[in-house]
Design a protein around this ligand. Structure first.
Ligand code: HEC
Length: 100
């Protein structure tokens, strides 16, 4: 009997979760139907290439460090000639889905 109740509760929770996701304005990310691996590889190369900066020192990864969840973890990002702007770098993770 206890096993039955545990299983019933589990399925009830699953249904409740599924129903609550359906009400959310933001839904779970679905995998793309196809992925061009050559483009993915090019994007990766460009993202880590400091030659894109004037100084040749700064890459996208300098401010959007993928090992730091896509940010630099600083209050204000450091740019060319150590200049600091008024804002920090947001994560680039799932940025394609950003709505603002
Ligand atoms: C010097 C630091 C710095 C570098 C280098 C940098 N970014 Fe950013 N990035 C920022 C900051 C700061 C913002 C926030 C800008 C704003 O909100 O106006 C930002 C915003 C973004 C966003 C928008 C994220 C969102 O969800 O709103 C993307 C995407 C992005 N950068 C990608 C890149 C790519 C790709 C490169 C390399 C070509 C790059 N960044 C290089 C600091 C940097």
């Amino acid at each position: 009997m206890q096993k039955f109740l545990q299983t019933a509760c589990f399925f009830f929770l699953l249904c409740a979760l599924d129903h609550s996701f359906a009400q959310e304005p933001i839904s779970p990310i679905t995998l793309p139907e196809s992925l061009d691996t050559a483009k993915v590889e090019l994007g990766k190369k460009l993202f880590f290439d400091p030659r894109l900066s004037k100084s040749g020192w700064i890459s996208c990864n300098s401010c959007h460090n993928l090992m730091l969840s896509g940010t630099d973890n600083l209050v204000s990002s450091i740019g060319h000639k150590w200049a600091q702007g008024p804002i920090n770098a947001p994560t680039v993770f799932n940025a394609a889905y950003s709505i603002a």
